[in-house]
Design a protein around this ligand. Structure first.
Ligand code: HEC
Ligand code: HEC
Ligand code: HEC
Ligand code: HEC
Ligand code: HEC
Ligand code: HEC
Length: 336
């Protein structure tokens, strides 16, 4: 072996060692600037187990399961389905780069403990919906980056619409409903809303979905409902509501609002099925050239029913008005 080659090998070895010793930078799977946690043992200790607790809860969450993480291999989807895209968003990306090895939504997606030395959130400012509307939801701003529609109704619905089975806002428009936005609004109908679930909840989503921890609900499970230990009984985390609704009872059907919304959804679906707009399972049927008001009824059904899934709780009055006005339209519409 020549001397130069030996030197080269030593050099490679040294570089390798350097890379290894710098691995506190690498473990987070994301590129970070100057990681300087005050003291590793503040978080990684045998005494304070809040990290372990959060991790146990998160492992039970849909985020932790990562069922849709491989949508992160598509640049149009990576922002919301994989850690890598969310970090690009945080860094101000306007176009996204996919990855063949996406990581799911994990601790380092929402937090940067190794950079900041604490559990502050990466996102603190209000996040705008596609139509530019925003509202400061405190710690809930993080959620709205991903839990918002991918389509702005004002742009998406035109005078002539092509419908297919994927028609609708896609897939997590909870931020839109909480803000009372992005429904298809019929001319001549007056729309109202129930603003209190964002105006009185300083951390928006977080107040209801994370604040109280019980069996598979609250905290980092992010769930408001779960199946109980027997695998049959539904657990409702009504402790998240009781501060404002003393008389909430043991489920979320406060004042019968969820029953009412579900009833309107049944009525609207029946009208849409009869008109040939959706099939019996509520999936939009392929069609071309549907006028705006027809497309709007399908949009509102998908938005409130299939995609938001709070049975109206996120914004009871707006949900009710969107469904009622769609029903009124479908009843008055001349078939054709
Ligand atoms: C502010 C809290 C905090 C501090 C300070 C902190 N960490 Fe972490 N660390 C975390 C969290 C949260 C995780 C992810 C949960 C876990 O694996 O326990 C983590 C995970 C890790 C992991 C596992 C990584 C992986 O991908 O599974 C290593 C290794 C690690 N930390 C090393 C360190 C070292 C070394 C230091 C000090 C230089 C440090 N941490 C300081 C919060 C912290
Ligand atoms: C703006 C953020 C965002 C973008 C971009 C996005 N998604 Fe999603 N998607 C979500 C959220 C949030 C959910 C979970 C919604 C829920 O559970 O209410 C979801 C759910 C899904 C689901 C599961 C649906 C179900 O019914 O269980 C699939 C599949 C999916 N997305 C595919 C995609 C694909 C494919 C793309 C890219 C073409 C994409 N998503 C882009 C936010 C997004
Ligand atoms: C989807 C975003 C998200 C993910 C993923 C996430 N967190 Fe959090 N985390 C939050 C929010 C929001 C809060 C504030 C909760 C509150 O104010 O009640 C928080 C608070 C915390 C806190 C302080 C409050 C507490 O519960 O003790 C710790 C510690 C923490 N997270 C650790 C973790 C760890 C460890 C992971 C990964 C296993 C993780 N987080 C994953 C959003 C997230
Ligand atoms: C990086 C994007 C992202 C962020 C940030 C995010 N979510 Fe999610 N969330 C998703 C996706 C994607 C899914 C669907 C996961 C799947 O099915 O694989 C989901 C699923 C959920 C579910 C479960 C839905 C179900 O069908 O059971 C809840 C509840 C939820 N998120 C609440 C929140 C809350 C509350 C926050 C803020 C603290 C938040 N999410 C932040 C992307 C995100
Ligand atoms: C006023 C309390 C409250 C607020 C604020 C709130 N939610 Fe919900 N959310 C609920 C309730 C209640 C349900 C429906 C539970 C049921 O009946 O199944 C729900 C349902 C959901 C679901 C459907 C999945 C599931 O677990 O059934 C997702 C996803 C979700 N919310 C995300 C969010 C996001 C993201 C935000 C903030 C933009 C938010 N929520 C704000 C109470 C709230
Ligand atoms: C920060 C306070 C706050 C929290 C927390 C809160 N709500 Fe509300 N909610 C209100 C206010 C205020 C109203 C409007 C006045 C009223 O109807 O009580 C309202 C209205 C409602 C309505 C409509 C009632 C009607 O007759 O139109 C429903 C349904 C509802 N809330 C369900 C819930 C559920 C379920 C939770 C917990 C997951 C919850 N709320 C948590 C403040 C809150």
């Amino acid at each position: 072996m020549s001397l130069t080659r030996k030197h080269l090998l030593i050099l490679v070895g040294i570089v390798g060692l350097l890379a290894l010793s710098a691995c506190t930078r690498e473990i987070t799977t994301i590129v970070q600037e100057d990681p300087q946690p005050s003291n590793c043992f503040e978080c990684h200790s045998d005494v304070d187990l809040s990290v372990v607790r959060a991790q146990t809860e998160w492992a039970e969450s849909r985020h932790g399961e990562g069922e849709t993480v491989f949508e992160g291999t598509n640049p149009s989807c990576v922002r919301c389905h994989a850690n890598e895209g969310f970090i690009q968003y945080v860094n101000g990306a306007t176009t996204y780069t996919a990855t063949t090895t996406p990581t799911n939504i994990n601790c380092f997606t929402c937090h940067a403990p190794h950079s900041n030395g604490d559990f502050g959130l990466r996102i603190t400012a209000p996040v705008a919906l596609l139509n530019g509307e925003s509202y400061d939801l405190g710690k809930g701003n993080t959620c709205v980056v991903c839990h918002q529609a991918r389509r702005d109704v004002a742009v998406y619905i035109t005078s002539s619409n092509n419908i297919n089975s994927r028609y609708g806002p896609h897939h997590g428009p909870q931020g839109d409903l909480l803000m009372g936005a992005n429904g298809y609004e019929y001319e001549g109908y007056t729309y109202t809303e129930t603003p209190y679930h964002r105006t009185m909840n300083e951390d928006g989503c977080v107040n209801c979905h994370m604040r109280n921890v019980a069996y598979e609900v609250g905290g980092h499970t992010f769930n408001v409902t779960a199946l109980g230990e027997d695998g049959v009984t539904v657990v409702y985390n009504t402790q998240a509501c009781v501060g404002c609704h003393e008389d909430i009872g043991d489920n979320y059907d406060y004042n019968g609002v969820q029953t009412e919304i579900d009833g309107l959804l049944v009525d609207l679906k029946a009208l849409l099925v009869t008109a040939g707009f959706v099939n019996a399972s509520g999936t939009p049927l392929t069609a071309t050239g549907r006028p705006a008001d027809d497309a709007g009824a399908i949009w509102n059904f998908m938005y409130i029913g299939t995609e938001d899934r709070s049975h109206g709780v996120h914004n009871p009055a707006y949900a009710r008005d969107l469904l009622q006005s769609s029903i009124n339209y479908m009843n008055s519409r001349t078939p054709g």
